[in-house]
Design a protein around this ligand. Sequence first.
Ligand code: SAH
Length: 229
Amino acid sequence: MTVDEQAGMSRMLEDIHREVLYTADETGLASFHQAVMAAMASVPRMRFVPHGLESAAFDNGPLPIGHGQTISQPYIVALMSELLRVGKESVVLEVGTGSGYQAAVLSELVRQVYSLELVPELASEASERLHRLGYHNVEVRQGDGYHGWAEHSPYDGIIVTAAAPHIPHALIEQLRDGARLVIPVGDAFGPQRLLVVTKHNGKLDEQIILPVAFVPLRHSTVDRPTTLH
Ligand code: SAH
C-alpha cells in the first residue's frame, strides 16, 4: 500500500472502532476480535471498488459497484464477520459476492469460503479479482443464493449480504448444527434488521442485532417460464 493508502486504511479502522463503540448497546459487542480487525486491515479495499472511486475506498460507507449493486460499508463487513464466530478451520458460505470484498475479509479468517453471486458479470469479475489478489481459498460461482450451494454443506457459518424478505429454507438446511447464519431480513425499501440465526438441534434461535440497509436479495428469473405473446 502507498503512504496515502496506509493513512486511508488507518482512518477506516478508526472509524470502525468508533462505530463499534457507538453501537455497543444495540449489538452487545464492546469490541471486535483482533483477528477480525486484522483481516479488515489486511484487505486492500481500494482494489475492490470501481476505477475512479479509489479515493473513497476507505470511507466508512457503501459504494456503487455497477449493476445497481454496492460494496458494503466497512463497519458492516467487520460486524458481520464478527457475528459469524468462525475460525481457521471453518468452511463458510457467502451469498452475494458483489465485489468480493467481504469474501476476501472472510478468507483471512477461515479455511475456505464459497460465495454465490446472481449477476454473471459480477461473479466473474470478483472471481478474477480475488484470484489476482491471491485469495486462493475463495471459490465464486454464479448462482441463486435462495438455493444455497448444497455441494459443500453443511457450513460452519453462512453470511448473506443482501436483504431477504424471509430466511431462505435451503440456507437453514445447509447450516451445520450449532452454526450461525448472519442475514439482513426485511423489505427492499422498508425496514430491515440484521439477524443472527443459530441452529440448535434443528431448531432456530433468532437474535436481532440492529437496523440495516442492504440491496435486495433477488429471485433468479432464469428458471421462470417465459410468456410469449
Ligand atoms: N458482499 C458484497 C456486497 C454485496 S451487494 C461485497 O463485499 O462487495 C449484494 C450482492 O448480492 C449483489 O452483488 C447482488 O447481485 C447479489 N445478489 C442479489 N440477489 C442474489 C441472489 N439471489 N443470489 C446471489 N446473489 C444475489
